[in-house]
Design a protein around this ligand. Structure first.
Ligand code: FIX
Ligand code: ZN
Length: 405
C-alpha cells in the first residue's frame, strides 16, 4: 500500500521547483527588523510615493546622477525631492539599482504606471488610501504576518507616545533599541539606575528583544564604557527578562554627513567579538547580522560553534539579489535551515512588498538548487517537508528566539 507522504515524493526537478516557488511565495513571514510604525505613532508611520522616493537608499543614488547640491536638495520640500528622484532615476535613467527596481515592483503590484512622466497618478492613488486598510492590504500582498519595530526610548517624540499609553496594533511588535544608551560616554555610579531605566521601558514597551547596531571596530571584551554597559546593564537585563539581544555589526555612521541618513558606510568587523559574547553568556540568546559581505562566512561558522547565536538577514548594503543569493546558499550549506534568511529593514510601509518579493525569489532559487542537489544525491522530498523547512526559516526560528511575530 502506498502511504500519502510517498505519493507526494517530488522526483522531477520541474515539479520540485514549482512546489518550492509556490511554498516560498505563499508562506507567511515574520519580519524581525524594520523601522515601520503603525498609524498610532502619527508621523512615524510612513507610506506613499513621496516617502518611498525619498528613502535614503534612493537619495544617495540621486546625488550621483542629479546636478544638485546637498543644500539645494535638503532645502526642497519632500514632494519636490521626490519629483527630482523620480526624474533622475526613473525618467532620465533606467531604474536598474535594487532600490529603484523596488519602486517599480511596488507600483506594478499596485497597478500603477511604472513609466509615468510624473507622480500625479501615484500621489492620487496613495492619497485615496485609508491607512489601516492599506496596512492590511500591504501585509497581505507581502505575506507578512507581523513586523518588529525599532523603538528608541531616548527619542523624545517617540517616548512621549509610549508614555501616553499607546495601544499597539498586534502586527507591530516592539524592540528596545539601545544605540543611544550604549554610546553614553560615562557609566558613573548609576548602573542600578540604568537597569531600572531598562526595566521601566521593558514594562512599558513589552519588547520582543533588545537591539543595537555596532560599529565595524566593535570589540568584546574592551576597556571602554560600552563594554561596562553591556556587562553590567544590558546582558544582565536580557538574562533577567529572558530577552534576546540583537546585534547589528559593521556600520560606520555618517561617513558623509551631507547625505544625512544616507551618509552611513560599512566596515569589516571582528566576528570573534560576538563569538566571545555568546561564549561568556550561554543563557542569553543572540540574533546577529553583519553589514560587511566579508563577515558572512565567519558568522556562519560562529553559529556552528554557538547554538545561542541566530544569524539573520542580509542587512542594508547586502540586500541585493546577487548577495542575498550568495549568503542564503552559504548559510544553507553550513547551517541547514537554522537561520533567519531575511529581514526587510523597511522604513516605508510599501517597501514590504518589494523587499519580500525580491528576497523570496532568491530564497526560492537557492532552495531549489539545494533540493535538486539532494534529489541527485538520492533523496526525494515531499511538499510537506519543504513547507516545514520554509516555515522554520520564515517564522519558526523567529518564534523560538523572540516569540511569535
Ligand atoms: O541600524 C539600523 O537599524 C539600520 O538598518 C539603519 O540605520 C539604516 O539607516 C537602514 O535603514 C538600513 O536599511
Ligand atoms: Zn535597521
Amino acid at each position: 500500500m502506498v502511504t500519502s507522504t510517498e505519493s507526494q515524493l517530488l522526483t522531477h526537478t520541474t515539479e520540485l521547483r514549482a512546489q518550492v516557488e509556490l511554498i516560498v511565495n505563499s508562506t507567511w513571514v515574520s519580519d524581525v527588523h524594520t523601522h515601520l510604525f503603525p498609524p498610532e505613532f502619527n508621523t512615524f508611520c510612513l507610506y506613499g510615493i513621496d516617502e518611498l522616493l525619498t528613502y535614503h537608499y534612493l537619495t544617495a543614488e540621486t546625488f550621483r546622477s542629479a546636478r544638485v547640491s546637498y543644500d539645494e536638495f535638503w532645502r526642497m520640500p519632500k514632494t519636490q525631492q521626490a519629483d527630482l528622484v523620480w526624474k533622475t532615476l526613473f525618467v532620465e535613467n533606467i531604474p536598474t539599482s535594487e532600490a529603484a527596481r523596488g519602486i517599480i515592483s511596488v507600483l506594478d503590484v499596485l497597478g500603477l504606471d511604472t513609466r509615468a512622466e510624473n507622480l500625479k497618478e501615484a500621489r492620487a492613488f496613495f492619497a485615496s488610501q485609508n491607512p489601516s486598510e492599506h496596512i492590511e492590504q500591504v501585509f497581505d500582498i507581502a505575506r507578512v504576518s507581523g513586523v518588529v519595530m525599532t523603538n528608541d526610548p531616548l527619542d523624545e517624540a517617540e517616548g512621549q507616545i509610549w508614555n501616553n499609553g499607546v495601544e499597539l496594533d498586534h502586527r507591530f511588535k516592539s524592540s528596545l533599541r539601545l544605540d543611544r544608551l550604549l554610546s553614553r560616554r560615562d557609566v558613573g555610579t548609576n548602573v542600578a539606575e540604568l537597569r531600572r531605566f531598562l526595566d521601566r521601558w521593558i514594562e512599558r514597551m513589552r519588547p520582543v528583544y533588545m537591539g543595537v547596531s555596532l560599529p565595524a571596530n566593535f570589540q568584546f571584551p574592551a576597556e571602554d564604557t560600552r563594554d561596562r554597559l553591556l556587562r553590567e546593564v544590558v546582558l544582565p537585563t536580557a538574562k533577567e527578562h529572558g530577552l534576546a539581544l540583537t546585534l547589528m555589526v559593521g556600520v560606520r555612521r555618517r561617513v558623509n554627513p551631507n547625505l544625512r541618513e544616507a551618509g552611513d558606510g560599512v566596515g569589516k568587523a571582528d566576528v570573534t567579538a560576538v563569538e566571545r559574547m555568546c561564549g561568556e553568556y550561554p543563557d542569553v540568546k543572540f540574533l546577529a547580522t553583519f553589514l560587511s559581505r566579508e563577515n558572512q562566512h565567519e558568522l556562519c561558522v560562529a553559529a556552528r560553534k554557538f547554538n545561542n547565536l541566530m544569524p539573520f538577514g542580509c542587512w542594508w548594503f547586502l540586500n541585493n539579489p546577487s548577495i542575498v543569493s550568495e549568503i542564503t546558499r552559504e548559510r544553507l550549506e553550513l547551517l541547514g535551515t537554522s537561520f533567519i534568511p531575511q529581514h526587510s529593514d523597511a522604513r516605508v510601509l510599501e517597501q514590504l512588498i518589494y523587499k519580500w518579493k525580491h528576497a523570496r525569489k532568491e530564497i526560492a532559487d537557492a532552495l531549489c538548487d539545494t533540493y535538486e542537489q539532494l534529489l541527485l544525491s538520492g533523496r526525494a522530498l515531499t511538499a510537506d517537508e519543504i513547507s516545514r523547512d520554509v516555515n522554520r526559516m520564515f517564522s519558526g526560528n523567529c518564534r523560538e528566539w523572540i516569540g511569535s511575530v
